[in-house]
Design a protein. Sequence first.
Lengths: 231, 231
Amino acid sequence: MSNFGFCDLRLVNAYDLAFREAKSAVNASAVLQQANCFASLPEAVHDCSWISGASGLEARDVTTPVQRLERGAIDLLSASKGGRVALVFGSEKHGLSRDDISHCHQLVHIPTRVGHDSMNLGQAVAVCLYELIREPDHAPTPGKRVQRGAPAATIDLLHSRWFSLLKRSGYAKRKVADSTELKLRQLLRRMNLSTRDATLVLGMVRQVELAMSDERIRAKSAMEWSVPGAD
Amino acid sequence: MSNFGFCDLRLVNAYDLAFREAKSAVNASAVLQQANCFASLPEAVHDCSWISGASGLEARDVTTPVQRLERGAIDLLSASKGGRVALVFGSEKHGLSRDDISHCHQLVHIPTRVGHDSMNLGQAVAVCLYELIREPDHAPTPGKRVQRGAPAATIDLLHSRWFSLLKRSGYAKRKVADSTELKLRQLLRRMNLSTRDATLVLGMVRQVELAMSDERIRAKSAMEWSVPGAD
């Protein structure tokens, strides 16, 4: 990270002892000293409006779009013009979980040999960051309009309210609730809402939810719209 | 190396014990198992007709041409159409020595941040090899004529005879002999001779050297050409 000029390292569920030792070592880099720890991925990326996940080919069956690194880097740089962005790596052993991936707008894949896809974590990070700084003109042209994406925290709030609504509505069944929750999260990433739009949708969802639980609201709107059979 | 499909690892002056242990480890990769050790860099690259060295910015004062990695990768791939090529890395601590560099046709430089140029060796290797396989069309177009470069062993032989000639001729002074030897080596790399041309020049150098040491040859040719004052 330091080699390529990246400075905001965020660790999720880090092994505390090792982290504190590394951080306080005499030769610890500024990146490490300023690194922050979070208990979960959503907390770590709460202020990011675009999240790319680095992943091997084993993630090919998810619905999150996958791009080769050199293409995905362009998307990440482009998104960075509209807000903070994150590039997420999984653990060396297991990579990103399906749950981690559901927080990503896109997966990027380093074009490794089919027979040996799994990479050393530090090397994978170096390759991805190199690709990001490789060509200054990878960045989008200034004239291009870039939509300012909503921060992940906003999208997560929307997701939470929306999912709650789906549960209430009977759409989300308890047996497959986890799977439905993931699907919704991915759907929201694909929508790539601006802050304004996310707030708008959130307002709608909240209101529907309120109406769902409050008979008076339902009755009032039935009257207002003269909806036959509304109860 | 294995991630990106490269298989011919050659080690110079490796720490023997560590190397044998790594090689015989249960999970040793095929690359490591097939790796070969050499006592010197010239021996390791004897069959290569193009040698690129990976180097930080500290090597900027050498006469060997320096290219940013993405440009140097194109040259390396282009040269690989005409013979074996090598990408040489120095030790993690000291990088390539001036002597190592004098064996290189080109230095490639990973565009790291000015304040933190020195990279972890494994990460530098990963980034360079990624760049080489990054785009299949980095390779030169089939129509482009590619000169078949002479193997390093041929160039080294030429260098050795030529330098011997320079010593004999009084051009190379003992005090600065090392420096002259390096300069000559770099000159030969810049010439980038084909095998045919290298053999041709070698023949010339050899003959001049013979003449230098044998009065009869000098006398004969003086007669033949009627060179006034030839002795």
